[in-house]
Design a protein around this ligand. Structure first.
Ligand code: PEP
Length: 251
């Protein structure tokens, strides 16, 4: 039985006071939800300040990125060990915005994944095709390349702490959600690729999230699909009521 994950990616939003306000409003709305792994991913500067307010709540803390080295002369970077120090249990790696604007490749994603997993973090590993790639019927090939590149060299034991987030780039922040069928098809394909690499038990255990304009009014349909195990939510995670409605989709 795969426990659903609902993760909020706050992107480059929320100062510390704004984050504290959001967390204070969110906590009572989700505190009784034991059936979902709830995650919020604020900017680095907010992490340590909301660690204490989140203590004892079912909300887990994630960073939106990390570096692959533990420490050293890497100006501007933050290591997995430092994320744990700031209260993180999870980290998002390979988000399409990082691939698109900050030059991340499957190879750098793979290095980050290994470092994060070695440090004990759970990784939300993002993959997804652009609109041009979908239109050119390259979606499956792109997903397979991203999965194989990102997971290269990981053991079955390491894989157990990976959650894949399928986020079609054309659906992120656009209000254009993939249809339930489009998402299910991609998720089923992704599970098959994981199975080919790690075997059927690992594929069956892998949680695969959908991301791309998830809202309170489309989460139920997505979660009804057999291979969709949760959501990575951007815009709708910035308000307590909409994020809580997504987290509490079973109510
Ligand atoms: C995201 O940031 O990963 C995302 C899916 O954003 P949105 O929900 O706003 O499309």
């Amino acid at each position: 039985m795969r426990k659903p994950v609902i993760a909020g990616n706050w992107k480059l939003y929320k100062t510390t006071p704004e984050a504290l306000e959001l967390v204070t409003s969110l906590k009572p709305l989700v505190e009784n939800n034991q059936g979902v792994e709830i995650v919020v991913a604020p900017v680095f500067t907010v992490l340590a300040s909301i660690k204490q307010p989140l203590a004892g709540s079912p909300i887990n803390l994630a960073a939106q990125n990390c570096h692959w080295e533990e420490e050293g002369a890497f100006t501007g970077e933050v290591s997995p060990k430092m994320l744990i120090d700031a209260g993180c249990s999870h980290v998002i790696i390979g988000h399409s915005e990082r691939r698109q604007y900050f030059g991340e490749t499957d190879a750098t994603v793979n290095r980050k994944m290994k470092a994060a997993l070695n440090a004990g973090l759970t990784v939300l590993f993002c993959i997804g095709e652009t609109l041009a790639e979908r239109d050119a019927e390259q979606t499956l090939e792109v997903l397979k390349t991203q999965i194989c590149g990102g997971l290269e060299g990981l053991s079955n034991e390491q894989l157990a702490k990976v959650v894949i987030a399928y986020e079609p780039v054309w659906a992120i922040g656009t209000g254009k959600t993939a249809t339930n069928d489009q998402a299910q098809d991609a998720h089923s394909f992704i599970r098959g690729v994981v199975g080919g690499l790690y075997g059927p038990a690992a594929a069956d255990a892998m949680r695969i999230l959908y991301g791309g304009s998830v809202k309170p009014d489309n989460i139920k349909g997505l979660m009804a699909q057999p291979d969709i195990d949760g959501a990575l939510v951007g815009g709708a995670s910035l308000k307590a009521d909409s994020f809580a409605a997504i987290v509490n989709y079973q109510n």
